[in-house]
Design a protein around this ligand. Structure first.
Ligand code: F6R
Length: 609
């Protein structure tokens, strides 16, 4: 994901920017650039590829100056080339911006700006910000802060934006969704998208909140909201080492990534949902009427996202879907034809079984689509189309935020197919779209401290169980499977996941007083049936841990433990519900002293058969 570094003070800006960007390299990127102010001139240098390409050029031909902004870009709109790299400047080169995030209404803004004579050089959504701010700048008599503020009032989307102007020795920045942190020095100020970039320079930091704007000068900063009202933000003393900083102050990457899910989901959904029309724009070159069946292929957690996808696509778009574990698909001589759309799902884009299954599908003549997190990964080079989930780097071995973003992407795909094939009315489309839009907020609610504390207490109470059973039905049957996988991989407790209705066909024999049974029993068409399955467990002395929708006090009587989760539309509920199961696994494993980020015998990316 993109990285941002800004500096104003008396050091060489080039040196601060390059060292800061290098500390953000672990987040992944495909181009890099800096803008440095020298007197009343701003010089921009940017290069596709690794930071070393840019730093090599800057070492040969250094830029002097003590104010600058730098960026590493992970392409969303437009190819990863020199022109699309940030910073972006206005035609006169005086105003320069960098931007993380996605501007949802950039096309409308761009059309207006072009009609008013602005010339665009890149294909990025970000460049509209430079032109829009320039226009406002003239209207507000050269007040840079006010120009940025007014421009942002016309922008819809997610942004961490940083702006500088040749006639102002200051940096103006703002954020919504995309993170920004300020570093406070003596006679110097720093800015970054992430703490590690600033650690060598200062430990005094200010975490900007959503909707904050800030002006940085040599001797300090001032924060306002987007309406221009002053806002007080405290300077915090950060004592993290480099590793703790990469974990954002959390104990583990996994926990950090669980908490990153609202932002990751926002990034998955942003710019793709159109409330007014109930339409979804996926920016893929796929003809929705060109195939008659869909084959979803993936491994592990990604496979479970595929199972949710099967349910959503068949329900909403009425296309037959089959889901395969990639290691089986590649050897079972599958029936593939030109009528098949093969969808591979992968966080890393490198899993060898999935990659080989993709090749098998291609050999059979299928059209291929990937739901992928890692840009530029092997699969993306072989796929016909890629729908990136934009979840950001996932470092913890156990997948969490990639899973919820994959399910979010499957939901959008199902909606897109359904609308294109006329199986979903505009009204129903709008309802689901609203439900999808609510996901980041609902996941944030699922992470409220009181809920997390409750899950932790339950996890610790049952942490010494030998086995666990997870049950769910319908669209949440895969949630149960994912809950069981998460628990076994990080806690090493044996866990099974089952479709609740299937329990009586065998697993019921396992049930006794020592077996905790987690049942996803949130609001759904099948809730009554799920509760019947719960009764079957209770009748055999099993310990029932029920996931119930907020406010469902009636069904609480059937449980030994209740974990309440925020209410959500049934079709999107797997995203909200799984968060409680991720936390249950996490706290179980942490209580048992497991190395949560590096579970035994597992690797983040499985590139061997
Ligand atoms: C489980 C987990 C694995 C991966 C699987 C596929 O937490 O992380 O099951 O989901 O190895 O990996 P990707 O998505 O990279 O293809």
């Amino acid at each position: 994901m993109c990285g941002i570094v800004g500096y104003i003070g008396s050091r060489s800006a080039q040196q601060v920017l390059l060292s800061g960007l290098a500390r953000l390299e672990y987040r992944g990127y495909d181009s890099a650039g800096v803008a440095i102010m020298d007197g009343e001139q701003i010089q921009v240098r940017k290069k596709a590829g690794k930071l070393a390409n840019l730093s090599g050029e800057l070492l040969a031909l250094p830029l002097s100056g003590t104010l600058g902004i730098g960026h590493t870009r992970w392409a969303t709109h437009g190819l990863p080339n020199d022109t699309n790299a940030h910073p972006h400047a206005t035609e006169d080169g005086r105003l320069v911006i960098i931007h993380n995030g996605i501007i949802e209404n950039y096309l409308t803004l761009k059309e207006g700006l072009m009609a008013r004579g602005h010339v665009f050089l890149s294909q990025t959504d970000s460049e509209v910000l430079a032109h829009l701010i320039e226009e406002k700048y003239d209207l507000v008599n050269g007040n840079l802060y006010e120009a940025v503020r007014q421009a942002l009032s016309e922008v819809r989307g997610a942004y961490g934006i940083v702006v500088t102007h040749a006639l102002h020795r200051e940096i103006v920045a703002a954020r919504t969704v995309s993170p920004l942190v300020m570093g406070v020095g003596e006679g110097e100020m720093f800015l970054a998208s992430d703490v590690p970039a600033l650690l060598p320079y200062t430990r005094r930091m200010v975490f900007l909140h959503d909707g904050d704007m800030v002006v940085l000068s040599d001797d300090g900063f001032r924060v306002t909201d987007l309406a221009g009202n002053a806002v007080a933000r405290t300077v915090e003393q950060i004592d993290w080492d480099a590793e703790a900083a990469e974990k954002g102050g959390y104990d583990t990457y996994m926990l950090k990534e669980i908490y990153e899910q609202p932002v990751a989901l926002t990034n998955t959904l942003i710019g793709r949902l159109h409330d007014e029309t109930g339409e979804v724009n996926l920016d893929i070159d796929l003809d929705p009427s060109s195939f008659k069946r869909i084959s979803i292929i993936a491994c592990g957690t990604a496979y479970y996202a595929g199972l949710v996808g099967e349910y959503l696509i068949e329900q909403l778009a009425r296309i037959p879907v089959e889901v395969d574990v990639a290691s089986e698909y590649r050897y079972r001589d599958p029936l593939v034809s030109k009528d098949t759309l093969a969808i591979v799902i992968s966080q890393s884009g490198e899993t060898i079984d999935t990659l080989e299954a993709l090749r098998e599908a291609k050999r059979g003549g299928a059209r291929t689509l990937g739901i992928i997190n890692a840009k530029g990964s092997s699969m993306t080079r072989e796929l016909d189309d890629t729908l990136y989930i934009h979840a950001g780097p996932e470092i913890g071995v156990a997948s969490t935020k990639a899973y919820t973003s994959m399910v979010g992407a499957m939901l959008m795909l199902a909606l897109w197919l359904a609308r294109a094939r006329g199986t979903l009315t505009q009204e129903a489309g709008k309802e689901l779209l609203h439900a999808a839009r609510a996901l980041p907020r609902l996941v944030e609610e699922a992470l409220e401290p009181a809920r997390v504390e409750r899950i932790k207490a339950v996890a610790e109470k049952y942490a010494h169980s030998r086995d666990y059973l997870f049950l769910g039905r319908g669209v949440n049957a895969p949630t149960a499977l994912e809950g069981a996988l998460k628990l076994k991989e990080i806690s090493y407790i044996h866990a099974e996941g089952y479709a609740a209705g299937e329990m009586k066909h065998g697993p019921i024999a396992l049930i006794d007083a020592a077996l905790p049974v987690v049942v996803v029993a949130t609001e759904s068409r099948l809730l009554e049936k799920t509760i019947s399955n719960v009764q079957e467990v209770r009748a055999r002395g099993g310990q029932v841990i029920l996931l119930l929708s907020d406010g469902d006090t009636e069904n609480a009587q059937h449980a030994d433990e209740v974990l309440y989760v925020p209410r959500s539309h049934e079709m999107v509920s797997p995203v909200v519900n799984v968060v409680a199961l991720q936390l249950l696994s996490y706290f179980t494993a942490a209580h048992l002293g497991r190395d949560v980020d590096k579970p035994r015998n597992l690797a983040k990316s499985v590139t061997v058969e």
